[in-house]
Design a protein around this ligand. Structure first.
Ligand code: ADP
Length: 475
């Protein structure tokens, strides 16, 4: 097709155009359901005529939203690659300039180019730059300009005749909340897909994609190393995972080694963490008293986590670095379906009492401090949830949410039962803390010394602790 030859030299230089991207769905890993949805769209795009006969039209717009680096651009390119269609990409921020009328004419240009190669795909990254809610706060000026760009885009999208050839518009944003609702109406971006942070399984899949072209000692070692890395990278994006592998490759080359090993991966991980934790980490030294209280809080929470282990969410370590009001214990991510039993709920209430119980036990009722207040709040909330929304307590086999106002004496009944659960939980928690007092102290000492402690060490201390028998608590 001679027309395609000029594609790369698009009239407007802010648009990048490709005959097609060559990217496939195999390049995007994790979050399989997203691919499922998009595959369906690609299928319709490729067999348009056939679907049209059956009265099925392809969505006009797909909006991908989620944090940066989660693969939204990659997905858009994969759609084009899978469908084998030309790909026109622009960035919302490039539309908006100080000259009035530029945004609107750029939007027009983009759609005109794409239409002349239809069927084709338009990708607009950071679409929020032009698609901000009208009448909202005008951050950085250019409000009128942006509004014209937005109006033009709405016109273009509405202008697509279903009878003429298709242009699929894919938008990406990490600010769904500020997008003008007009954009999300039917016939515009009528498919909205959230691209979130990958789970541990997702991270492993992403790591495997990016490890494909890298050298490891053996397939088995690669598998083991990637599993380890996936476990250590909670809250990392796909882009960050890719970075770690690249960085590890560079370190390997610098050391003149043939294969990427554990040491290089861990070093690369540390560097990646270093870049994204900057500014978040609180490096100020904690006051001594707070440190002591935090160490005891963490120790008590840890011992309770051993006594009433959460089968669905084992812990991995704890530290006393953060002054946050929640315990600093880290957990393995929840995976798969969870069938919580009543005992699991009750145990979680007991565990949540630990900060308050140890604070009182160590420093006395008149010396409580705010780090235990929030824990008490959480325990109460958990109790309320169990009572009101699970139907597992004497409160009844009902689920109260919107009809609360109509239940007579609901507040009093709830309070009475919550009081009962809380009393039991606090007593149970206190019993465990007293019985395992020596374990609590040992763990707190280690925390004060090292600042952190791993789950295995906590378990060892817990199992070998000298216990002081306590009277049984009756429910
Ligand atoms: P976004 O558009 O959401 O900011 P990108 O698509 O630009 O993210 O992601 C940057 C790079 O990170 C991608 O080109 C890809 O190499 C990698 N990446 C991100 N998410 C994934 C994923 N789910 N699977 C494979 N690679 C990914």
């Amino acid at each position: 097709d001679p027309a395609l030859g000029s594609l790369g030299k698009s009239r407007a230089k802010f648009i990048s155009a490709e005959e097609t991207t060559g990217v496939t769905f195999d390049d995007f890993a994790g979050q399989e359901y997203i691919k499922g949805e998009l595959k369906e769209i690609v299928h319709i795009l490729k067999n348009e005529e056939e679907f049209k006969k059956r009265g099925i039209y392809c969505p006009k717009g797909v909006l991908l939203h989620g944090p940066p680096g989660t693969g939204k651009t990659l997905l858009a390119r994969a759609i084009a690659g899978e469908a084998g269609l030309p790909f026109f990409a622009a960035n919302g921020t490039e539309f908006v300039e100080m000259f009035v009328g530029v945004a609107a004419s750029r939007v027009k240009d983009l759609f005109a180019s794409a239409r002349s190669y239809a069927p084709s795909i338009i990708f607009i990254d950071e679409i929020d730059a032009i698609g901000t809610k009208r009448g909202g706060p005008d951050i950085g000026g250019g409000g009128a300009e942006r509004e014209q760009g937005l109006l033009q885009m709405l016109t273009e999208m509405d202008g697509f005749k279903v009878s003429t050839s298709q242009v699929l518009v894919i938008g990406a944003t990490n600010r769904l909340d500020i997008l003008d609702p007009a954009l999300l109406r039917k016939g515009r971006f009528d498919k909205i897909i959230r691209v979130g942070l990958p789970s541990e399984i997702g991270r492993l899949a992403i790591l495997k994609v990016h490890a494909r072209n890298k050298y490891f000692r053996s397939e088995e070692e690669k598998e083991t190393l990637m599993r380890e890395l996936a476990e250590l990278t909670e809250d990392f994006t796909g882009a960050e995972l890719q970075n770690i592998l690249n960085e590890a490759g560079i370190l390997t080359a610098r050391k003149d080694l043939d294969y990427i090993g554990q040491e290089e991966l861990l070093e690369a991980l540390k560097r990646q963490k270093g870049t994204f934790e900057t500014g978040q980490e609180d490096n100020r030294e904690l006051p001594e008293e707070l440190k002591l209280r935090l160490a005891y809080r963490e120790a008590a929470v840890a011992v309770l986590a051993c006594y009433f282990p959460d089968p669905y969410r084992p812990f991995t370590e704890t530290d006393i670095k953060s002054v946050g009001t929640r315990p600093n214990m880290r957990y393995v991510e929840i995976s798969g379906r969870i069938f919580k039993r009543k005992a699991d709920y009750v145990n979680s209430i007991i565990r949540a009492c630990a900060p308050r119980v140890i604070d009182e036990e160590m420093f006395g009722i008149d010396n409580l401090c705010w780090i235990s207040t929030n824990a008490t709040l959480e325990a109460s909330r958990l109790a309320q949830f169990l009572i009101l929304q699970t139907g597992m307590t004497a409160f009844g086999k009902a689920y109260y949410r919107s009809d609360r106002d109509f239940v007579p004496n609901l507040a009093a009944k709830l309070e009475a039962l919550r009081e009962e659960y809380m009393r039991f939980a606090v007593e149970m928690c206190l019993t465990v803390v007293r019985e395992y007092r020596s374990a609590v102290e040992t763990i707190a000492d280690i925390l004060l010394e090292n600042g952190e402690i791993k789950a295995e060490e906590i378990w060892d201390i817990y199992k070998t602790a000298t216990r002081i028998p306590q009277p049984a608590v009756r429910p």
